[in-house]
Design a binder for this molecule. Structure first.
Ligand code: NAP
Length: 315
């Protein structure tokens, strides 16, 4: 049995694992997908203190290697639920929690750190799910290469959308940046660089209202365009694109834990900067927590805070 179970192997979870191991306790990390979380989708990280420039994948791999080399055990299995273990002799001082996975396995520990991050927000359009992988994508780094020389659109106005558009503009014939208002959340320097690109066109005050498809010669149906509606004029038009990269932010996926920790009205785990959920033995770290800034540095910082709090709690 490990001292601390960490749910999620993103930057917050892996940082927590490093701090747990370095504190002389043992960490077991449960991860549903692959290590690294959302940062693996970022082509370049340039704002992590001490590192000038690194790809998100390389950063995540270094973090994973560091955690594992310190002795953390990473298990790739999706967590289904957390249950309180009835008090026993072994858990008389500090009660145990059992983490049950989709494969039916159960892992017990005195402390649990929830570091589940957030998942990509969907547009909620008809056939969006069916067309994912057939033109609709949530990851330019992963899927961008399939659209070499082709026209694409990016939807969103945050850093992810701007970085995706910049990345795609290097090899797609045309990149439309569709955003629902004039102002951007993303950093001005990327916005300025995008504005200087000849193959980038901004479609502002607009929302994507329909996914248009085509199938050629009996081939499988795929995206051939998007309908966008101008919010000011009310007019709609079609953009002929083969790819739509949806980059409209993230939302948490914490519903499975609402029996053990409080969630805020947006579904994030309600915990302050001390990463304490208020439930004895359950801590949280990173983007899944209520917070104002969701960055790589704040995720790593949360990981350290939650890990030390968990180790203190265990005693
Ligand atoms: P974000 O900053 O939350 O931006 C989401 C964008 O999508 C906003 O422009 C928002 O519009 C728009 N949007 C939200 N819901 C929408 C909807 N239903 N339909 C159409 N548009 C919608 O998300 P993000 O860009 O993924 O970034 C998340 C966090 O990661 C941010 O803190 C960001 O700075 C950080 N990040 C950092 C880096 C880096 O430092 N290298 C890279 C990527 C991301 P409004 O603006 O109108 O609300």
């Amino acid at each position: 049995m490990a001292d601390v179970i960490i749910i999620g192997a993103g930057p917050a979870g892996l940082s927590a694992a490093i701090y747990v191991q370095r504190a002389g306790k043992t960490a077991q990390v449960l991860e549903a997908m692959t290590y690294g979380g959302q940062i693996v989708n970022t082509p370049e990280v340039e704002n992590y203190p001490g590192i000038k420039n690194i790809s998100g994948f390389d950063f995540a791999t270094a973090l994973y290697d560091q955690a594992v080399s310190l002795g953390a055990e990473v298990i790739f299995d999706a967590v289904d639920r957390i249950e309180k273990v009835e008090a026993s002799e072994e858990s008389a001082d500090v009660p145990l929690w059992r983490v049950v996975t989709a494969s039916g396995a159960g892992y017990e520990a005195k402390a649990v750190i929830l570091a589940t991050g957030a998942k990509n927000r969907k547009l909620g359009l008809d056939r969006e799910e069916e067309l994912t992988g057939k033109g609709v994508s949530y990851c330019a780094t992963c899927d961008g290469a399939f659209f070499k020389g082709k026209p694409v659109a990016v939807n969103g106005g945050g850093n992810t959308a701007l970085e995706d558009a910049m990345f795609l503009s290097n090899y797609c014939s045309k990149v439309y940046v569709i955003h629902r208002r004039e102002g951007f959340r993303g950093e001005p320097h990327i916005l300025d660089a995008l504005k200087a690109k000849e193959n980038v066109e901004f479609v502002l005050n607009a929302t994507v209202t329909r996914l248009i498809t085509a199938s050629e010669d009996g081939a499988r149906e795929k995206l051939s365009g998007v309908e966008v509606k101008d919010k000011i004029t009310g007019e709609s038009r079609e953009l002929a694109v083969e790819g739509l990269f949806v980059a409209i932010g993230q939302e948490p996926a914490n519903q499975s834990f609402e029996n053990v920790v409080p969630l805020d009205p947006h579904g994030y785990i309600a915990a302050g900067e001390d990463c304490d959920t208020g439930t004895p033995g359950i801590f949280t770290a990173g983007d899944c927590r209520t917070k104002a800034v969701r960055q790589l540095t704040t995720a790593a910082s949360d990981g350290a805070i939650a890990a030390l709090a968990a180790c203190n709690y265990i005693g």
